[in-house]
Design a protein around this ligand. Structure first.
Ligand SMILES: [Zn+2]
Ligand SMILES: [Zn+2]
Length: 282
């Protein structure tokens, strides 16, 4: 199957190669589509996002590549936008400012609504997750995880969101230590969000990064959630969340087989006139 990827990070944020290196690799891999989705600027000090003053340079660079390679591959401009209520800009702000082709929304920082402190749930170091849970949420895993899902729900309900990034990232550092996804309260939170997504029409990405980085033994969403997503017939796309060109198709073959086993028939990919379906069984 001819692959594609809408979720990639370059040296403009926390990726480690120039955008053009990703284009060259995508051509080598015979991709039909490549989307750039640097982390959108956030209004606080951090090491992962595009700096606000670098945003125009990022968008100009992607647009130049789009023109330069237009005969060979479809290149699109996006941002992976963090959603932290009361802190981050709206998705509309970035759509208007950067003229994005599509948006990817994600939650990497969970805001404790009692003290406004932020719990970082991503990254390679699980002690950051453990310490945040202890100090920001008094070790109350259910409260912390329900706050995460509340934030996802708010994002889905209020933002112009095309693709939802790694929807159950909250489980990455958990590794079944604090909760398991089969627990009733967890399933209730997930189900509520999925039903809302079904209404709003956002696309759920199947993100393979945890697998090829060895941080997770499952995709985001997990196969357990994907069964429910399939049951609700919510559209999906496949992305690797690449931070290096060689990660562009990381674990795609295995994940595609898993998706077929669950019963999925197609993946969505972007075109200027709208999202298109690609049959995965041909
Ligand atoms: Zn992300
Ligand atoms: Zn990402």
């Amino acid at each position: 199957m001819q692959y594609f990827n809408h979720h990639t990070h370059t040296i403009f944020c926390d990726g480690n190669a120039e955008p053009e290196e990703y284009v060259k690799k995508a051509l080598e891999l015979n991709f039909h589509t490549l989307g750039f989705s640097g982390h959108a600027p956030v209004p606080f000090e951090n090491k992962f996002s595009i700096k606000d003053e670098k945003l125009e340079e990022y968008t100009d660079t992607v647009r130049r590549l789009k023109d330069k390679y237009s005969a060979q591959i479809n290149i699109f401009l996006s941002l992976e936008i963090d959603y932290i209520p009361g802190i981050t800009h709206s998705f509309d702000y970035f759509i208007d400012r950067a003229l994005l082709d599509y948006t990817i929304g994600g939650v990497h920082l969970v805001k404790n609504r009692d003290n406004n402190k932020l719990w970082f749930i991503d990254g390679s170091d699980s002690s950051v997750y453990d310490n945040g849970l202890k100090t920001l949420f008094d070790g109350n895993i259910r409260k912390a995880v329900e706050t995460y899902w509340w934030q996802i729900t708010e994002m889905v309900a209020t933002q112009k969101l095309d693709i939802i990034a790694h929807i159950d990232k909250i489980g990455m550092h958990n590794r079944d230590r604090y909760f398991i996804e089969e627990e009733g309260w967890y399933k209730d939170n997930v189900w509520k969000v999925l039903k809302m997504i079904k209404e709003t029409g956002s696309i759920i990405e199947v993100n393979t990064r945890g697998l090829y980085k060895g941080r997770s033994n499952k995709t985001f969403p997990s196969p357990f959630l994907l069964e429910q997503i399939h049951h609700l017939q919510i559209p999906i796309t496949l992305s690797s969340d690449a931070h290096k060109p060689e990660e562009l198709d990381g674990y795609f073959d295995d994940t595609l087989e898993m998706l077929k086993d669950i019963g999925f028939l197609e993946l969505l990919y972007f075109r200027k006139e709208g999202w298109k379906k690609q049959n995965i069984r041909e």
